[in-house]
Structures are given as structure tokens and as C-alpha cells.
Design a protein around this ligand. Structure first.
Ligand code: ADP
Ligand code: TYD
Length: 216
């Protein structure tokens, strides 16, 4: 299959940020708000979301003795994305459902690019291949200080990527800030240090500003 050409009325919104920034909370609050307006939504979380992608997720996040190469990591993240895009995201958009994604292609640019040091241009091309050219209409980068992200995370054992530490999260945050400069029409920075309700309000304002929904 080549790049998919789909006529989309439904919107595709992705949430991005470092570990523990509060993305999942914001994705949930946005879905509740859209549902109250009778807008059908489809929630996806990466890596994962199809049986193939969930198997890839367990390979990616398992702590094991041997190190995984950064290129392997990038290829597995994007392999999971290709399956999710083809099997879930594109069909949902075609059915008129808004897709709300807890991470998508920018996570690969931030983590495998900024974090692991892989070439961003290569990763952009890899993402184009994996996503069939299907890009979010809006990407919300929930920005928090890495120390706050760490505090917010659950007490449970960190997965392989979370184990990489604060300096790794700093590099990822820096890369997200670069991505906003690189893709200013699609990506925006949202202050993640506010309360969940205040953040949700600011996100709703951005959605209204773009006329994704009609509301005064
Ligand atoms: P992520 O999906 O980015 O890992 P979560 O939404 O799961 O983050 O939030 C991580 C933790 O922080 C959860 O315990 C959540 O209740 C809490 N949390 C989320 N948003 C906020 C916020 N704005 N202020 C304080 N705590 C928050
Ligand atoms: P997850 O437990 O889903 O974390 P979070 O709640 O922070 O999203 O684990 C996903 C991990 O995988 C997270 O540390 C980010 C990382 N990741 C990448 O490194 N590259 C990617 O392309 C994606 C989608 C995730």
C-alpha cells in the first residue's frame, strides 16, 4: 500500500511529552469533553494497540540484560506504528471518528532522535513510511520539568526506557521543543505544570481556535 489518500472530516489529535507528563490524563479529559458533544472518538496508545503492536510493545519495554540497539528500537517503534495506523487509525478516521493518540510519530523523533541521538531526517522518513503519510491535525506537547514527570510517575518498577534517567528525559524534552519549531502548524506546547482541569481548558481553547468544533 502506498500513502493513503483519505478524505478526513474527523480530526486526529496526538498527545506527546516526557514520561509522566500527564498525557494520558489529558487524553481522557479531552475524550470526555468530545463525547459530551456526541463526537465519536477512538483512543490509541503507542507502542501498542493491535495484537502485533502489543507483542512489539512487550519486546520494547522489557528490561533485559543485553542492551537494545537504538536502530532496533526505532524500527520496532515504527513497526508497531505501521500496524496501528493501517488497522486502527485510518479506518477510524474514515468512519468519522476522531482519533486521540497517547503518543505517535513525534515520540520516535524525540526519544530515538533527541534521546538516543539517531539522525532526525532518517527518522522523519521512517515515520513517513510507517504512517502511510497519515499525520495528526494537531499535536499537543504537554511540557513538564523532568523532575516533576518523575514525581508524577507511579511507584511501580520503571520500564526499560523509563530506566534511562533524568538526563535522558532532559534530552527528549529539548527535542520536543525543537519539533515545535520544525512543525509550527501542527505542534503546540501546553504548560503541563497546571492542574489537570486548567490544562484541559487550555487544550479545549486551542481546539476551538482551530475551528475543529463549533462552539462559542
Ligand atoms: P503520562 O501518560 O504522561 O505518563 P499520566 O496522565 O498517566 O501521565 O499521569 C501521571 C501521574 O500524574 C498520574 O498519577 C496522574 O494522576 C498525575 N497527573 C496527571 N496530570 C497531572 C497534573 N496536571 N498535575 C498533577 N498530577 C498530574
Ligand atoms: P508507556 O508505559 O506507554 O509510557 P508513557 O505512559 O510515558 O507513554 O511506555 C512507552 C515508552 O516508550 C515511553 O518511555 C516512551 C517510549 N517511546 C519511544 O521511545 N519511542 C516511540 O516512538 C514511542 C511511541 C514511545
Amino acid at each position: 500500500m502506498n500513502q493513503m489518500s483519505i478524505s478526513i472530516k474527523a480530526k486526529f489529535i496526538s498527545f506527546e511529552g516526557i514520561d509522566g507528563c500527564g498525557k494520558s490524563t489529558q487524553a481522557r479529559l479531552l475524550i470526555e469533553r468530545l463525547s459530551a458533544k456526541h463526537i465519536k472518538t477512538c483512543f490509541v496508545r503507542e507502542p501498542g494497540g493491535t495484537s502485533v503492536s502489543e507483542e512489539i510493545r512487550s519486546v520494547l519495554l522489557k528490561n533485559r540484560g543485553e542492551a537494545m540497539s537504538s536502530r532496533t528500537e526505532a524500527l520496532l517503534m515504527t513497526a508497531s506504528r505501521a500496524q496501528l495506523t493501517k488497522d486502527v487509525i485510518v479506518p477510524a478516521l474514515e468512519a468519522g471518528e476522531w482519533v486521540i493518540a497517547d503518543r505517535y510519530m513525534d515520540s520516535t523523533l524525540a526519544y530515538q532522535g533527541g534521546g538516543r541521538g539517531l539522525d532526525i531526517e532518517w527518522l522523519i522518513r521512517l515515520n513517513e513510511f510507517a504512517t502511510y503519510g497519515c499525520k495528526p491535525d494537531l499535536t499537543l506537547f504537554i511540557d513538564v520539568d523532568p523532575q516533576d514527570g518523575k514525581k508524577r510517575r507511579h511507584e511501580s518498577a520503571p520500564d526499560r526506557i523509563e530506566s534511562a534517567g533524568i538526563s535522558f528525559q532532559e534530552k527528549i524534552r529539548k527535542q520536543y521543543i525543537e519539533l515545535i519549531k520544525l512543525f509550527p502548524n501542527r505542534c503546540i506546547c501546553i504548560n503541563g505544570s497546571l492542574s489537570p482541569e486548567e490544562i484541559n481548558e487550555n487544550i479545549w481553547d486551542e481546539i476551538k481556535k482551530r475551528k475543529f468544533i463549533n462552539e462559542k
